[in-house]
Design a protein around this ligand. Structure first.
Ligand SMILES: Nc1ncnc2c1ncn2[C@@H]1O[C@H](COP(=O)(O)OP(=O)(O)OP(=O)(O)O)[C@@H](O)[C@H]1O
Ligand SMILES: C=C(C)CCOP(=O)(O)O
Length: 248
């Protein structure tokens, strides 16, 4: 059975400019897409943080490489992500999808050099038992740093390579990676292909926005599709909307 790893960007399922606010239409469209995918194969969903995780991470000065030992801060970030995860699970349940949470804080850690080790046991067994695991960007224990942020994009890379996914999709608010004229770049095989146009994110984003996304996906070793909400149904149908990022 084919396996799809799909990331729902925080900018799709939340209103990134309003603290802890769900984008109801964005979440509904994304949940419809997951429901369609789940009818014909296995799906792992990962969602980003949007206006839930990022503002709390910024408040506590935590990023992907700057950590904290303050458990109050760690819990504030994690609890916000659990609230968003609950909303995603509810939207999937309303569509008859047997979705279950996997919270990265309790399933992985970073080593001193920042490399992520994520246990796949829960995710693999859920898939084998017919569930749809739903992971999310989170805060995670980091050797020598306390706890740092793990982005949904990092999780997509670990999951797609560890589970040998057949297809990888990242749905953001932009229709793909854009060039300096605002046109979608159809294919990226090296960072230089898009470097001039790549910036961070327009909203509070402690994990680096599109530039970081492209770097991580180039390291994946399998093609990954970056597209906007309008490309969701094409991705679900097996097409190749937006930008495909192919690492070496
Ligand atoms: N060249 C570019 N092409 C497309 N988007 C770009 C580019 N440069 C910067 N960006 C910014 O990157 C953002 C997308 O990255 P972002 O990390 O915010 O996406 P996301 O995965 O949907 O959100 P989250 O990180 O909350 O999950 C766009 O909204 C845009 O502001
Ligand atoms: C800020 C937190 C908690 C996670 C960030 O995940 P992302 O939105 O996928 O980059």
């Amino acid at each position: 059975m084919s396996l799809v790893v799909l990331k729902l960007g925080g900018s799709v399922v939340t209103d990134k400019d309003e603290l802890e606010t769900i984008d109801k239409d964005g979440l509904a469209a994304a949940a419809d897409a997951v429901a369609t995918l789940a009818e014909s194969g296995q799906v792992v969903v990962v969602h980003g943080a949007g206006s839930f995780g990022h503002p709390h991470a910024a408040d506590h000065d935590v990023s992907s490489d700057t950590g904290t030992h303050d458990e109050i801060g760690v819990r504030a970030i994690h609890d916000a992500m659990k609230r968003l995860n609950d909303a995603v699970l509810d939207a999937l349940a309303e569509r008859g999808v047997s979705a279950l949470p996997v919270h990265p804080l309790s399933a992985g850690a970073r080593e001193t050099d920042g490399s992520l080790s994520l246990s796949l046991a829960a995710t693999e067994t859920m898939l084998a038992e017919g569930f749809v695991p739903v992971l999310h960007g989170d805060v995670i224990a980091h050797a020598g740093e306390g706890a740092t942020i793990v982005s949904g994009d990092d999780l997509v890379v670990s999951l797609a390579s560890g589970l040998d996914a057949d297809r990888v999709g990242l749905c953001s608010t932009v229709p793909g990676v854009l060039d300096t004229d605002g046109a979608v770049i159809p294919e990226i095989t090296a960072f230089a292909d898009a470097a001039d146009a790549l910036g961070g994110s327009e909203s509070t984003d402690v994990t680096g926005g599109m530039a970081a996304k492209v770097r991580k996906l180039l390291a994946l070793g399998a093609p990954a599709h970056v597209f906007g909400p309008d490309g969701l149904s094409a991705f679900v149908a097996g097409e190749s909307p937006g930008t495909v990022i192919r690492g070496e």
